[in-house]
Design a protein around this ligand. Structure first.
Ligand code: GDP
Length: 520
């Protein structure tokens, strides 16, 4: 196969959702279609305990997350599909956001009973900012949930994106009879057969419907007519720009509506896209020279070896194991001999990968998040990854004052690497760490301990609303209050950490001349 052919069959996406919406279940079913796993229930170590032997970082082990579940590749039809997981709950971190920088599309899973939940919203915003296509799977139709129209309206209002239902559910919960495919005009009757891999019993929608005198069916037909009459067309351009999301109804647990979804996904999801360099040039996926960037670093798996794993998205050309690459930040030449790809229950050495693929590079400390690797003499750096607004803050100091040097070195390196964000109070120079998820603090503490041999004292400052300031020169002493802390970020920019929304609004009302803004 030529490089062009290989790249053209790739699709790389992230699944975004709020915890418990069914992301893991849907992932398992998708992998099942690809034949990547033999049984469901093997994706998350938490559930199957299958990863007990993996020696990735202790914190992750305790939490039952496995690195192997964060990137998975499977074949479907003639496509090669890369799924990137976005961890949730306390495992939420800046890495979760950065993962979204490495994909070309996203799949949003929504629990039909709950609608849009906070974490879905956060992740969605990042996808929207990138302008990537977002596919919506409304899950758990086998249970009673919100009405389809209500869900669509909620998506449109809350997320400010047009919706286009690709199928329409007939009933829900106990009376869930199936889905009507809008384009084909076929009905797929609901079956709860979990591992079923093929569609059966699909039949054409006719006036005299097959489910005898059922009111749910009649209601569905009526609703479908309303949807059709509303007349919004399926605009592929809008989908590709992230302005319209195709919506699918189904039940991941029952493996119902999943194949329908997957077929549409491979039809409409884009192949790997190019990426901008810092100079504003586009590096296209078909360019023969290899390039890629690091978007995530999985740290310190086993204290006995210092190895870390750096996740790289390939942007152009082909990667071959053993190849020489240049790390453009330092100009250092590296030979990549240890590289892995990820399967649901295994990591495998990868010898060959192309644009759109994600591979793991064993790292003894060479890489930082955002680093560019190039294979040719042509040296460039990809656009910087965005910085995200932290929500959680923690004061930190060294337990042993004699360890100040190690303490500062550790912080400097971890901050540079992108593991955590650094702030300092204005006059007292107290170090405050910022994170988007609690896990980042735990990883920080663990790594300070293990890698820098420093015990740290962590004092929660709690949740804060961080706002940067456009016109710093106008800040005056009177603006200090007990409801906000003024800090410097690591680049010396001033940031207010407000106690809550109320304190933020109070400040904005009182000092309208100060222009506040947040990062992503
Ligand atoms: P995640 O946290 O988003 O990865 O969610 P999981 O996939 O772990 O699912 C959370 C819970 O919802 C589990 O108990 C699943 O069995 C259940 N679940 C997932 N999909 C469905 C579904 O389609 N119907 C029902 N009734 N339950 C589901």
């Amino acid at each position: 196969m030529t490089l062009r052919e290989e790249v053209a069959i790739r699709k790389t996406f992230a699944i975004i959702s709020h915890p418990d919406a069914g992301k893991t279940t849907l992932t398992e079913k998708l992998l099942l279609f690809g034949g990547a796993i033999r049984e469901a229930g093997t994706v998350k170590g938490k559930k199957s305990g299958k990863f007990a032997t993996s020696d990735w970082m202790d914190v992750e082990k305790e939490r039952g997350i496995s690195v192997t579940s964060s990137v998975m590749q499977f074949d479907y039809d003639h496509y090669k599909i890369n799924i990137l997981d976005t961890p949730g709950h306390e495992d939420f971190s800046e890495d979760t956001y950065r993962t979204l920088m490495a994909v070309d599309s996203a799949v949003m899973v929504i629990d039909a009973a709950k609608g849009i939940e906070p974490q879905t919203l956060k992740l969605f915003k990042v996808c929207k900012m990138r302008g990537i296509p977002i596919f919506t799977f409304i899950n758990k139709l086998d249970r009673v949930g919100k009405e389809p129209f209500e869900l669509l309206e909620e998506i449109e209002k809350t997320l400010e994106i047009e919706t286009y239902p690709m199928n329409w559910p007939i009933g829900m919960g106990q009376s869930f009879f199936g889905i009507i495919d809008r384009k084909q005009r076929t009905i797929e009757p609901f079956r709860d057969e979990d591992n079923l891999l093929h569609l059966t019993d699909e039949y054409q929608l006719t006036e005299s419907h097959p489910i005898e005198s059922d009111s749910a069916f009649e209601a569905a037909i009526e609703e479908l007519m309303l949807v059709d009459e509303a007349g919004e067309s399926f605009d592929e351009d809008k989908l590709l720009k992230g302005d319209l999301t195709p919506v699918f109804f189904g039940s991941a647990l029952a493996n119902f509506g999943v194949r329908n979804f997957l077929n549409a996904y491979v039809d409409f999801a884009p192949m790997p896209g190019g990426r901008l360099t810092e100079e504003g040039d586009v590096i296209e996926p078909f360019e023969p020279d290899f390039s890629g960037f690091i978007f995530k670093i999985q740290a310190n798996m086993n204290p006995a070896h210092r190895d870390r794993i750096a996740f790289m998205r390939i942007v152009s050309g082909a990667f071959e194991r053993g190849m020489d690459v240049t790390l453009t930040r330092t100009g250092k030449k590296l030979k990549i001999s240890r590289s892995t790809s990820f399967m649901a229950d295994d990591t495998q050495t990868v010898n060959h990968a192309v644009s759109g693929d994600i591979i793991g590079l064993y790292d003894s400390g060479n890489y930082q998040i955002g680093d560019t690797l190039v294979g040719s003499s042509q040296k460039f750096s990809f656009e910087k990854l965005p910085q995200f607004t932290p929500e959680l803050f923690m004061k930190v100091s060294a337990k042993n004052v004699m360890k100040q040097k190690h303490f500062h070195k550790g912080i400097e390196q971890l901050v540079q690497e992108g593991a955590i964000q650094l702030y300092r109070t204005l006059y007292t120079n107290q170090i405050i760490l910022g994170a988007v998820g609690q896990l980042q603090f735990e990883v920080f503490e663990h790594r300070m301990n293990n890698e820098y041999n420093v015990d740290v004292i962590m004092e929660p400052v709690g949740k804060k609303i961080a706002r940067w300031i456009e016109n710093e020169e106008d800040i005056r002493d009177v603006m200090n209050s007990s409801r906000s802390i003024l800090v410097d970020d690591r680049f010396g920019n001033k940031v207010f950490l407000f106690e809550n929304e109320f304190a933020t609004r109070w400040f904005e009302d009182k000092f309208p001349d100060i222009k506040l803004y947040s990062l992503l």
